[in-house]
Design a protein around this ligand. Sequence first.
Ligand code: NOJ
Ligand code: CA
Length: 691
Amino acid sequence: MRMRRRIFSRIVTVAAAGAGLATAAAAQPTLRVASPDGKNVVTVSVRQGTLWYSLDRQGKPLLLPSRLGFEFRGAPPLGDSVRIADSARTTVDETWTQPWGEVAHVRDQHNELRVTAEETTSRHRRFVVAFRAFDDGVAFRYELPEQPGLADFEIMDERTEFTFASNARAWWIPSNKPRLDRSEFLYAASPLSTLDSIQTPVTLELGDGHTAVVIHEADLVDYPRMFLAGHGMENNSLRAALAPMADGVKARGRTPFETPWRTIQVASSVKELAPSLLGLKLNPPSKIANTSWIKPMKYVGIWWGMHMNIWTWSSGPKHGATTENAKRYIDFAAKNGFGGVLVEGWNVGWDGDWVANRNAFSFTKPYPDYDLPGVAAYAKQKGVKLIVHNETSGGLANYERQLDSAYTLYRSLGVDAIKTGYVTDTMGGNHSHYSQVAVRHHRKVIETAAKYGIMVDVHEPIHDTGERRTWPNMMSREGARGQEYNAWSSDGGNPPEHETILFFTRLLSGPMDFTPGIFDIQETRGAGRPKRLDEPRVRTTLAKQLALYVVLYSPVQMAADLIENYEGQPAFKFIKDVAVDWDTTRVIEGKIGDYVVVARRERNAQSWYVGAITDEEGRTFDVPLSFLTPGRKYVAEIYADGPGANWATNPLPVAISSKPVDSTSRLRMVLAPGGGQAVRIRPAQESSSTK
Ligand code: NOJ
Ligand code: CA
C-alpha cells in the first residue's frame, strides 16, 4: 500500500488581504493539522511576533501554546518578530516491512503541515517548521532554508517548549548528575512541575488517569542530543536543552539545514505505548539495498567473567580473551544454537587506566595469547559469528583513524558484527558525550560499518532515534542501566522494579542490549559464596531472567552468564528456544514500575512467546490467549517461579510444565515477588525439541 498526496496552500497573504485586517498581527492565521483519526490536533499561530504551537487530544488541550525558535552566537535570536509567510500540506499513507524488529510491518499514516515563518524585521530570515500528526502522536522539525540572511550559523539554544495543560507524573532519569554524560541511572517518578534537567525519552502519565505521553526525538543526524529542562518555578513546561560541544556551542551548520524531529507520542493507556514506532516513521527508508546479511541473533560471550572479577580485560594471568576461552565459548554456542560469541579485552590497550588511556587502543592488534585469525576461522568453521569488541573510551579520533583498517581486517576474517563502547564522560576531548561531535561520530561508525557489511551493537551510545530504519545494520544498544550493574554497582544493583520501568521508558526509543539470562543470581561463582543482599547482586528470580528475553526487545540478545552456569539447567531450554525477531507485539498488561505482560509472535513462524515480569510484589495474571489463531492447537511450555520463589531469599526455583492450549484458553500466571514467567506457545504438531 503506498499513497501520497500533496496539497500546497498559499493562504497567508490571501487570508490577510481578504479579511482586510488592519494590523499584521491580527492578520496572522491560525493553522491546524489533525491526525488521520482526528484525535490529535496541532494548532500553529503567531502571538506577539512569536511562533507557537499547541496540541489538543480528543478536543481537550494537552499542550498549551509552546514557543519555537533558536538562539545563535553572533546573530540575533530567530523566532521573535515573525509572521507566517507560507504553509503547505501533505498526506502520507504507506506501509513497509522492517528487515527485523518488534513488528514486521509499519504503517506510516500522517498529515503534514509545513509552516514558513519570516522575520518582519530588516533581516527577513526564514525558517520552516514541519508538523506531522499521526494517530499515535505528533512530531515537528525545524528547517533552515538557504537564504541571504542565514548561511553559516552556531546554535546556542533551541527555544522549543513543551508546555503541558496540567501537571503529570514523569518517569525520568537526570541529565546533569551524578555523572554528566551517562544514561545509566535508576528511574524516578515525580511531578512534571518539579523536574530539573532530564533525558528523553521521558514518559508522562497525565492526571486523567489514562493518557500517556512520551517526549523524545527522531532522526538525529548532525545535531546535539536533546535533553529537557524544567522551568524551575513549579510550572508544567519543559524546554529543549542541547548537549554542548567543548566551546559551549550546541550546533554548527550551514543552510540548508534540518534539525531532528521532536516527537510527542500520545496513547490512551500506557499499554498502548509499546511497540513505539513513531521514531521509525520519522526516519528515511533503508539506505542498505540488500539487507539479507543483517541477522538478529542470540549470543554468549567473554564478558560477565570480567564484570564478576573472575577474568580481566587487561593482559595477565586472569586474561579472559584467550584463544582457549574463545574456542570454548564458540563450541558452546555451536552446540546450543547460538548465533554469536562476543569477545571483550582481546585487543591491545586495556592495560593500565583504560578509560584515561583512550588513545592506546588498537582495534587490529590482539594480545599475544589471543589468536584473532585462528579464533575467527574456528568460529566460521563452527557456523558461529565472532562479535568483535571495540571499546573506545571516547577516543573518537583514535577510533575514526582506525575504522577502515579495522573493518577491512574484520571482513577479511569473515567477521560481520561488532560491539562498540564509549565509557567516558566526555567525547573526543571535552565535548559532551551527547554533543554534535559525538552524534556525527556515531553516524560515521554506522555508515562505515554498513559500507563494510558490519552489524553494530553500541554501549554507552547516543540514544536511539530510529536510525535502524535507514541503517538496519544499527542493531541494538545499551543506553540505560543494564545487567552489568548487578555485578558491581555500589547501590547493590538494579531493584526489582527496574525492568518494569525500562519497558515503558528507555525501550520506547528502540531495542536495548540489556544482556539478560544470569542464572547464578547470587553470583556464587564470582564471589566464592552466595552474595548477601547488601552486596551488588541480581535482584530477580531466575524465571524473571527468562521473561526478560520477551519483555526487553533486542534483535541481539545475550545469554549473559558464564556458560558453565547453564550446564544441567533445564530452564536454559527457554533461552535456546526464544525468538529474537518478531512479527507482532501485544502488551497484555502493564503498569509502569509495577508489572508488564507481553506477547510476541515469532517472525515467519507460528510460535508465540509470552513474558511477564513484576516488581518486588508477587502478582497473578489471567491472560486470555485470544491472540492465537482460532481453531489451531498449540502447546504452552511454561517456565514459572517455583514453589517459595522470591527474588531476595529464594530466587532459583523454576517450575517447568507444558499443556495444550488454543485461542479460547486462559493462562493463569503466578509471579513471585521480584519474579516473572516465560512461556513458549508452539503449534501442537511442531516438535518440542530446540531448534
Ligand atoms: C561498559 C559496557 O556497558 C560493558 O558492556 C563493557 O563490558 C564494558 N564497558 C567494557 O567495555
Ligand atoms: Ca554500560
